[in-house]
Write a protein that binds this ligand. Structure first.
Ligand code: URA
Ligand code: SF4
Length: 202
């Protein structure tokens, strides 16, 4: 199967990676999205936050976590005492996947082929940055880094080593918090997210 490795530049610095990823055709998603959305943040960030995939807003703006999930993430970062501009924010999959429903573009989960194809970009970002801590936002990044058996409901908030970072932790995806209908539960999940971000920063 095709992977992004085919499109890797010889220089593994973030600007070179981003330029190369703009030309990636390792899976079909590049055909439908507006643009590739690479990670954003300082090259010496101590913390890397990893989401699933750009959404509608991210696809239009070309930056990760700028839509509703990003607004909630920013609030959680403030409460955890972390500045957004000091962390590097990225996704496992770099192109938006969606189905059209009238005028709306509804997010579709990336499948294992797309995750496998795109993962070399994330691995290269982590190799370039060498962060102290990686925070997986939701099941897709958690399973990409911890393995397919990882369950966010069981192992959220546990700091462990992975092949990519000595300190890797998984927490709720902000979009999962926004979707939670039960207000009490939603509040608990937001508190968990803030605690896990604070643990990443400790
Ligand atoms: N959800 C994600 O997983 N990533 C984004 O960049 C935005 C929403
Ligand atoms: Fe390449 Fe990832 Fe885009 Fe697929 S989603 S074309 S692997 S950058």
């Amino acid at each position: 199967a095709d992977t992004a490795t085919k499109f890797m530049p010889s220089q593994i610095d973030l600007p070179s990676l981003k330029t190369a990823a703009d030309c990636c055709k390792a899976c079909d998603l590049h055909q439908f999205a507006s643009q590739m959305v690479f990670g954003e943040g300082p090259p010496d960030a101590k913390i890397v936050l990893v989401g699933e995939q750009p959404g509608d807003h991210e696809d239009i703006e070309g930056k990760p976590f700028v839509g509703p999930a990003g607004v909630l993430l920013n609030q959680a970062l403030v409460r955890a005492g972390i500045r957004r501009d000091e962390v590097y924010v990225t996704n496992v999959v770099k192109h938006f996947k969606f189905t059209e429903r009238g005028k709306r573009r509804l997010h579709k989960k990336p499948d294992s082929r797309e995750i496998f194809a795109c993962r070399p970009w994330l691995e290269a970002e982590l190799a370039a940055i060498k962060p102290q801590t990686v925070v997986c936002l939701g099941a897709t990044p958690a399973q990409a880094l911890f393995g397919r058996d990882f369950r966010i409901t069981k192992s959220r908030g546990v700091m462990r080593a992975t092949d990519w970072c000595e300190r890797t932790i998984a927490t709720w995806h902000p979009a999962a918090i926004l979707r939670m209908p039960d207000e009490t539960r939603r509040g608990q999940m937001l508190l968990n997210l803030v605690e896990d971000l604070a643990a990443a920063n400790a």
